[in-house]
Design a protein around this ligand. Structure first.
Ligand SMILES: [Ca+2]
Ligand SMILES: [Ca+2]
Ligand SMILES: [Ca+2]
Length: 211
């Protein structure tokens, strides 16, 4: 019984009556209430008016977020799409929002976590900052329409990929025969290897112009 004791207050000859409804504890649902007025004429003619009462549950069930396994991914690349799902007992799933944050902003800024989807199935991609390696904890928070929330956290580790070394541009050179250029400077660089440990080789392709 959702509305165990509806109470009508009416004093003859008032034209106004009041009705008090109090749902049973911990109840939720819809109830049809009918109010009937009866006269004292022959046959006690009666007239009824009905309306619906919607009783909201006061207990909000928290939304759920499915688990994403720990990920190990190469640096400098966007992750494959990671799928997860959200559910809520009361809020339509399209209205359940997902917020994402990273424990390591230098490695994985919050702005580089992209969550998409409006159904139960949601998608996530992660893009680490350039040349950053290490582990970040990613926390997804699902929020329902009653501001109930649940968290799910997984670790993502970005591992080093050997970046190719670089050499600065060297301009084309013109030298007269039987002379030498001065020293031609250029710089070498590598993300992982210190310059002192790089190997630099010269190789020569020749063309002769007449003889
Ligand atoms: Ca809920
Ligand atoms: Ca690297
Ligand atoms: Ca390298």
């Amino acid at each position: 019984m959702l509305l165990p004791n509806p109470t009508v207050t009416y004093s003859n000859p008032d034209t106004t009556a009041t009705l008090t409804l109090r749902p049973a504890n911990n109840s939720g649902g819809v109830s049809l209430v009918t109010v009937t007025a009866t006269d004292d004429g022959p046959g006690n003619a009666a007239f009824s008016q009905s309306f619906l009462v919607f009783i909201k549950s006061s207990v909000n069930t928290l939304p759920t977020v499915s688990i994403i396994a720990a990920q190990t991914l190469p640096e400098d690349a966007t992750s494959p799409t990671l799928s997860f799902n959200v559910r809520d007992a009361e809020t339509p799933v399209a209205a359940v929002t997902v917020l994402a944050r990273s424990s390591n902003q230098q490695l994985l800024p919050n702005a580089n976590i992209v969550v998409t989807g409006t159904t139960t199935n949601r998608n996530l991609t992660l893009t680490p900052a350039l040349n950053q390696t290490g582990t970040a904890a990613v926390t997804l928070t699902a929020v329902d329409g009653a501001f109930g929330s649940s968290n799910m956290t997984f670790n993502v580790t970005f591992t080093n990929v050997n970046d190719t070394p670089s050499i600065s541009t060297i301009a084309n050179q013109t030298i007269s025969e039987d002379t030498s250029t001065g020293l031609i400077n250029f710089t070498v660089d590598d993300v992982e290897t210190r310059p002192g440990n790089l190997t630099v080789l010269g190789k020569f392709g020749e063309s002769n112009f007449g003889a």
